[in-house]
Design a protein around this ligand. Structure first.
Ligand code: HEC
Length: 188
């Protein structure tokens, strides 16, 4: 009787060992677990996330955020133009397209500042002055729009924009206008 029980026990032990060995080896060989990436989410070190629940974001914050994203887009256009003009022979073909898109964006500036949405306290953002001195701000926007259009026009008419000093000069004039407006109307 005892011998039968012993036999059962050892068979059970053997089965258990087999079971664990199999489970362990399959889990070791298994493909790494899938990672779930929630969207929207970050895609790089320098990307500010937009994962806040839309229900929790007020109109002011959302107008400011949208405006800031548009400014970053403007900045990316400017930097791409600069890059294509000065450094990357590979991208010379895109100059005209970049410059005309940039000029188009420059016309949209007034839309981003329609609502009175200044930054408060130490927050970086638009100063109250944007809405308190609207005529002055308007002048800056117009100057900027004109300079961007002027740049696009010159790039389009130039037979070799890269060698054309007027293009370089017009790009600089655009940059100075970005800075001039920031100096008066933006808090960092
Ligand atoms: C007519 C005024 C004006 C002009 C022209 C202008 N900006 Fe701005 N910019 C602002 C103001 C005001 C803010 C602050 C907006 C806010 O945070 O609500 C700003 C913010 C920014 C920001 C910060 C965005 C963020 O994420 O907080 C960048 C980058 C920027 N501008 C780049 C540029 C570049 C590059 C140009 C020119 C190619 C330019 N801007 C032209 C007024 C201007």
């Amino acid at each position: 009787m005892n011998r039968i029980a012993d036999h059962c026990k050892s068979s059970l032990l053997w089965l258990l060992t087999l079971f664990f060995t199999l489970t362990l080896s399959t889990s070791l060989n298994a493909a790494p677990q899938k990672t779930e990436i929630p969207m929207p989410g970050p895609w790089g070190d320098d990307f500010s996330e937009t994962i806040t629940d839309p229900e929790q974001v007020g109109d002011t914050a959302s107008t400011q955020r949208f405006r800031q994203q548009q400014m970053q887009m403007l900045s990316a256009y400017y930097r791409s133009l600069e890059q294509a003009l000065r450094y990357s022979a590979d991208h010379h073909g895109q100059l005209e397209n970049l410059a005309s898109n940039f000029a188009h964006r420059a016309q949209q500036l007034p839309d981003w500042f329609r609502e009175r949405t200044p930054a408060h306290g130490e927050e970086s953002g638009a100063l109250e002055r944007v809405w308190e001195a609207p005529e002055r701000f308007q002048q800056h926007m117009e100057q900027f729009r004109e300079r961007a259009a002027d740049l696009a026009d010159r790039v389009e008419r130039s037979s070799d924009a890269v060698q054309d000093e007027a293009v370089e000069e017009k790009l600089n004039r655009v940059r100075h206008q970005c800075l001039a407006c920031h100096q008066e109307f933006r808090h960092r």
